[in-house]
Design a protein around this ligand. Sequence first.
Ligand code: 13P
Length: 336
Amino acid sequence: MSELNNIALKILSNGKGILAADESTGTMTKRLKAVNVESTQENRLLFRETLFSSEGMKKCIGGVILYDETIKQNSISKKTIPELISSSGAVPGIKVDTGAKILASSPNEKITEGLDGLRERLKEYYKLGARFTKWRAVYIISNDYPSKLSIYANAHALARYSALVQENGMVPIVEPEVLMDGEHSAEECFNKTSEVIKKCYEELIKHKVDLKGTILKPNMILPGSSSKNNIDSKKIAELTLKCLKGSVPSEVPGIAFLSGGQSEQEAAKNLNSINLINDTNFIMTYSYGRALQQSALKFWSKDIKNIKGTQDTFNHRAKMCSLASQGKWSEDIEKK
Ligand code: 13P
């Protein structure tokens, strides 16, 4: 089990975090369409490979979450994608859920699927080089939601997933994402997120998951994206830390936030504020998708052959996130 703890620490320590490049083909197609690039297998690989072979990987990225298509691809250098990632010092990981589907009996909510046949898929991913995995549960906030049913059902699935992943020698990322959509206040986000995370650990413990060999990937505590009451970054950090201190068992080695629709700069600034006042033993770092890739994708879309320019853009973002994970980010450095 200390082996799993070592993997988790390798991914999260020393100013490193996770690059979430595990968009499903549907989501990646949406992202590419938005910048007018055709979503072919070659283009999806080219963009991802450009990031995976950048300088920023070496210092700032401890783990990369891949999608099923990508983990099976080869890079231009003929290395497999997991080999390319390992050669930069990062750990290859894989998204193993099969997506969020309508929850029977509460059709406005979602339940994440993918447990059937999971043991066999995990064995295959391990052979391909994966050493950690991701499963994302999603929850909406409104007066009636998330329901007790969705909180319980998703926690149960996350626990069954985590136990299977550890059985197969990998570190599970437990991702309960309470979505930003809505007019709710940060206090409501705090209350609902606390309830969701507590239930996840209740189930993980029931399923005898070794928490030292897991990583939590939560949302930060923010007001809803349509809410009118803005709060400053310090307050976001205080509420986020209060929530995690009250709901995450101390054995968990680290917490890697999702960006969830924050801009690249907000995601860096808020993570930095969290680390400026982090009075816990948890490592607090990033597992960003959009907040690590957005500007690089935009740059790349203008000329998909401009590898260096795309990598420079990504390197800057990765450096900003790395500084934020150490409480060393500032608006001045951001502009340089
Ligand atoms: P974002 O950082 O874009 O929210 O993506 C992270 C992720 O992996 C969501 O599951």
